[in-house]
Design a binder for this molecule. Structure first.
Ligand code: SF4
Length: 358
């Protein structure tokens, strides 16, 4: 078993030798740490890096972000997924500018109160920027701790969260929380990886319970996988006098505040004939004179809890029967690129309309 300082000292020594040079590691400015941690919550460093660089180039200060239009913030986020992260970043930037004079709070309790900042992000900002002793417990840390200490309590249960947090807290070197936390996260990200961890060259090899009991692949344990549900979308790209129609998604659902084409959603895949005869198709096109220019094959798009099966229909309307509801905005096709859209729509546009539309 480890003594607290042995563990922390060993992982910090490993980090000094092996850490990647990443832009957010060269700063203690909370705004930059916050942006990077929010981007990296659900995203690998390789993908998140370019987004981080674009984001801080366009919004170099919290005031710049607060003053931005939400469409622009979402457009920069396009393709990263979990768009509530971007909406919350924008909301919180505005709150800090309005209520805190643009100054990021400098302690864990106040940071934790901000919208979109949970225990993990608050601990990261408080320790990296202000050297406060709060352990970061992210997916990487769960994996390392469960393996080194052979813990089989499921990480996605209240009991597991409590147990891992207590251990992470015990191991934290309170004199070096920034180094310790970054070292733990990096060790999990590039050494004790989910698949093929580098056990043969590991600093913890002799003490690691999972390695010595040959149960590395079994850890960490998860109680149950969340069920994925299937959804069936048909997007109608209605073209009329050089315009196409888009709508902002405002419902409490995936992609809130992103734009999309008129959508027909069904509980199961409809045959093309039945779709064209359906009430929803009729509501959008009625007795208009139209011509189906193109229909796509089915695009499968997988999100964390949903699988989407989507067809795109490009439809030229020569004589509209009725006006589409006001929530649909007519725009020139070339202007589509200014609007934030889901990665699913961006994928379709990339293959089928001009690149400038993405
Ligand atoms: S020995 Fe393997 S499983 Fe154990 S900490 Fe090292 S890399 Fe992870």
């Amino acid at each position: 078993m480890f003594y607290q300082l042995d563990f922390s000292a060993e992982v910090i020594a490993w980090y000094r030798e092996n850490k990647r040079n990443l832009p957010w590691r060269n700063t203690k400015i909370p705004y930059f740490i916050w942006i990077s941690e929010i981007i990296l919550q659900q995203t690998r460093v390789e993908q998140g890096l370019a987004y981080y660089e674009r984001f801080v180039e366009r919004f170099p200060t919290i005031e710049n972000l607060a003053a931005a239009n939400e469409d622009e913030v979402l457009k920069l986020w396009q393709g990263l997924g979990y768009y509530s992260r971007a909406r919350n970043l924008h909301f919180t930037a505005k709150t800090i500018c309005k209520n805190l004079n643009g100054k990021f709070p400098n302690n864990y309790a106040e940071i934790r109160k901000l919208k979109g900042i949970g225990d993990y992000t608050a601990a990261a900002i408080a320790s990296f920027c202000f050297n406060q002793p709060h352990p970061v417990v992210d997916g990487n840390v769960y994996r390392v701790l469960s393996r080194v200490f052979g813990i089989t309590t499921p990480i996605d249960t209240a009991k597991g969260k409590k147990e891992f947090y207590a251990l992470a807290h015990e191991l934290l070197d309170s004199q070096k929380p920034a180094w310790h936390n970054q070292a733990m996260m990096e060790f999990g990200a590039i050494h004790c990886t989910p698949k093929n961890p580098a056990c043969a060259s590991c600093i913890f090899k002799s003490k690691c319970i999972a390695f010595n009991k040959k149960i590395v692949k079994k850890l960490p344990v998860k109680a149950g996988k969340t069920k994925q549900r299937n959804r069936y979308f048909d997007y109608l790209i209605i073209k009329q006098n050089g315009n196409i129609f888009i709508k902002k998604r405002t419902e409490k659902d995936i992609w809130k505040n992103l734009y999309e084409f008129p959508l027909i959603e069904n509980k199961k895949q409809m045959s093309e004939n039945n779709l064209i005869k359906s009430k929803k198709w009729n509501e959008l096109l009625g007795k208009s004179r139209y011509h189906i220019v193109k229909k796509s094959s089915i695009y499968k798009h997988v999100l964390s809890h949903q699988k989407l099966f989507t067809r795109f229909w490009e439809i030229e309307v020569s004589k509209p029967h009725k006006k589409l509801p006001d929530s649909f905005i007519p725009i020139r096709e070339q202007a589509l690129g200014k609007y934030p859209v889901s990665q699913l729509i961006a994928n379709y546009l990339e293959k089928n309309l001009c690149k400038q539309n993405i």
